[in-house]
Design a protein around this ligand. Structure first.
Ligand code: HSE
Length: 423
């Protein structure tokens, strides 16, 4: 067996994940890895490690020739970008967990890895402890991948579990997620689906060779979900989860978005609770595989960083196989979604934008309209992003072969609703 490479680590960040990694490494002597210096932003904070380990001077890590691995576990995406690009340019292997930074700059980061011939690994950036990126890279380096559906944000799943299953208030649940270290320091990134779409964008690169800015992908979070939506879902035998998905359409293009979704009891995603994540990979030959694990928190995220470190010992690197060895797929917009739109008062919801309305109901608190709508119209329109309106995808809600049947009669019932709620 060849001699394992000694990893001398320069670590940026000593938050929940950084400290988790530090502790894990103390108990992993076989890895032959040692943290030489940790760069932190707030020297006044009490740290559970020897003071000599810390510095606030990034150059002490980036200019130290003895350090051959930079691990970036900070929160600030712009500073993370500077650290990672500097480290790659100086031919150091880099491990990062910064999904926002990676999703935003993935094209440039891939080019830098190739130019400087260095590995850049980031398994922790998607679903923390679940090895989904490496799975897509290595096992699905072929045409079999039909789709990915997943709960990829632990905080929103934690909040949905607490609010809808345990009757905790939204604010209290969010606070708990923050205290436990699951939430982003700006929790709107979690709540509004931005963290989930950043992760989806990274997954799209490894699954299909798609390089897309996360902003270009349709997404929303759980910010507008109403208690009545959970009641409505329950009546239909569903729960609501925030789901990121990519699905191969009949023309080979890929539908990709993040939306809240009704999840039936026999769907594996319904078993995913609290900060856990779950990813279903659909293959044309193997049917479905379900990956389940902790998607946030210090130790689960540190475990993915540790696995990347371990992979560096044998010079593992992502090959971006779908980008480099096959014709990358394209995003597709020509399909329909079956959704439930919930709101109070019909005026905000332009029902003529639906291709078909299948069902509606209303009470004094909320109206729920179920209908079919073209995906492109959801991208163009912003009405469904207004405060007070929520949108939830139905199970199997991607409709690839729909014949539009729009006609006036289908809206007749809605005029009645408008009168009922008195608007
Ligand atoms: N805020 C993220 C989450 C952390 O809740 O999933 C892990 O990426």
């Amino acid at each position: 067996m060849s001699q394992q490479k000694k990893l001398n680590i320069g670590l940026f960040g000593f938050g929940v994940v950084g400290e988790g990694l530090y502790k894990v490494l103390e108990h992993t002597p076989t890895l032959n890895a040692q943290i030489k210096k940790v760069c932190i932003k707030h020297p006044e904070k009490k740290r559970n490690a020897p003071a000599t380990l810390f510095t606030t001077d990034a150059a002490q890590l980036l200019d130290d020739e003895d350090i051959n691995v930079i691990i970036e576990l900070i929160d600030d995406a712009e500073a993370a970008y500077r650290i990672v690009t500097t480290a790659l340019r100086s031919k150091r292997a880099v491990v990062s967990a910064n999904k926002k930074m990676i999703a935003t700059h993935i094209e440039e980061l891939i080019a830098l890895q190739q130019k400087h011939d260095v590995p850049f690994l980031y398994e922790a950036a998607c679903c923390a402890s679940i090895p989904v990126i490496r799975n897509l890279e290595e096992y699905y380096d072929n045409d079999l991948l039909q789709g990915i559906r997943g709960i990829v944000n632990g905080s929103t799943n934690y909040i949905l579990t607490k609010v809808f299953c345990e009757q905790v208030s939204f604010d209290e649940a969010l606070l708990q997620a923050q205290i436990a270290g699951f939430a982003e320091s700006d929790p709107s990134l979690d709540v509004e689906g931005i963290d989930a779409v950043n992760k989806l964008s990274i997954l799209l690169t490894h699954a299909y060779g798609i390089l897309s800015s996360p902003n270009a992908l349709l997404h929303t979070g759980i910010q507008s979900l109403h208690k009545q939506d959970a009641i409505y879902a329950k009546e239909k035998g569903y729960e609501i989860k925030l789901v990121a998905q990519a699905h191969k359409l009949h023309d080979g293009s890929i539908a990709a978005f993040v939306l809240p979704q009704f999840v039936a009891k026999d769907d594996q995603l319904s078993t995913v609770r609290n900060e856990y994540n779950g990813v279903i990979i659909e293959s044309s030959l193997a049917d479905k595989q379900f990956f389940y694990g902790k998607g946030a928190g210090g130790f689960p995220t540190a475990s993915a960083v540790l696995s990347d470190l371990s992979a560096l010992r044998y010079n593992y690197r992502y090959e971006y196989k779908k980008l480099n060895y096959q014709a990358p797929s394209k995003l597709g917009n020509d399909f329909y979604l079956k959704v439930c739109v919930s709101f109070k008062g019909l005026l905000q919801v332009p029902h003529e934008r639906f291709d078909q309305i299948l069902e509606w109901s209303s009470n004094e608190k909320r109206c729920h309209v179920t209908g079919i709508i073209h995906f492109e119209r959801l991208i163009e329109d912003k009405w469904w992003k207004q405060p007070g309106i929520s949108i939830v995808l139905y199970p199997d809600g991607i409709i690839d072969n729909y014949e539009p049947r729009k006609n006036e009669l289908e809206y007749a019932g809605l005029d009645f609703v408008e009168q009922e709620v008195g608007i």
